[in-house]
Ligand binder design. Structure first.
Ligand SMILES: [Zn+2]
Length: 253
């Protein structure tokens, strides 16, 4: 019998790769004594999520790319340009490190992967390669954890920044759920990612999120009714998107 792969969200301690199990039903040991011989053959834990191995994406590589329903999350440090003008580079890099560290912990706790890190921002995917029944809610819960944990960390830095307005130092998050193409879209480097209109919409929402805000699309809100209940709606005209989008705004707790 295989151990249950899920139900232990929040702990980075899976014994077998959750990605390989969900995608191919292959048990690949990634922790414990059984993992040692596998490690000798180069099977290592992925930097995108410590509960999966780097081979979890092999399933996709074989098929070139796959279409998957997924929830995409973008987060970044708001006002980063202003910050970078006021902070010395060492302190600034410390802040970015704290941001990425807190975000990754929150995303992994809800079985997502940190797919890309871009300076002061990142992109996460929920529902691939680890399957999540309610990936819209998982992404929202990760976003809440991001806001909570980043605020704690950033507040401790604030005292060092003379006269920095409150609305400048914080994190914005955008979330959207839809079909995406998952695969490697580069012929010269290994660059597994998700592409498609759904990814763009999540990125656009994030660009409109203020400090402490989580903007979720109507599609995500419709799937995560409990978490979206009672939240403020905000009409947004997003770049490259014809119609206005009624985003739901979740605020930092
Ligand atoms: Zn794996």
């Amino acid at each position: 019998m295989m151990p249950a792969t899920h139900g232990n969200a929040g702990q980075n301690n899976a014994i077998i790769c959750l990605g390989c199990w969900d995608q191919m039903h292959v048990p690949i040991p990634i922790r414990g004594p059984l993992a040692l011989p596998f490690r000798a053959f180069g099977i290592t834990r992925s930097k995108m999520n410590p509960n999966i191995c780097e081979r979890a994406f092999r399933y996709v590589k074989k098929q070139n790319h796959v279409t998957s329903n997924a929830t995409i999350l973008f987060a970044d440090i708001r006002g980063f340009t202003t910050l970078s003008e006021r902070m010395d580079p060492v302190r600034l890099s410390n802040l970015v490190r704290i941001f990425h560290d807190r975000c990754a912990q929150a995303i992994w706790a809800h079985d997502g992967i940190v797919n890309k890190q871009m300076g002061d921002g990142l992109m996460a995917i929920f529902n691939f390669p680890i399957r999540i029944a309610d990936h819209a809610s998982a992404a929202i819960m990760a976003a809440r954890d991001i806001q909570e944990h980043c605020t704690e960390a950033l507040d401790s830095l604030k005292s060092n920044l003379d006269g920095l307005p409150d609305h400048l130092l914080g994190v914005g998050v955008g979330i959207h759920t839809g079909d995406v193409e998952i695969g490697e879209f580069s012929s010269f480097r290994s660059d597994f990612t998700a592409i498609g209109g759904a990814v763009n919409l999540a990125a656009r929402l994030e660009s409109q999120a203020g400090v402490g805000e989580i903007l979720i699309s109507p599609a995500t809100a419709a799937l995560a009714t409990e978490l979206a209940a009672g939240t403020e709606a905000r009409m947004l005209q997003l770049k490259g998107i014809e119609h206005q989008v009624a985003a739901q705004v979740l605020l930092k707790r």
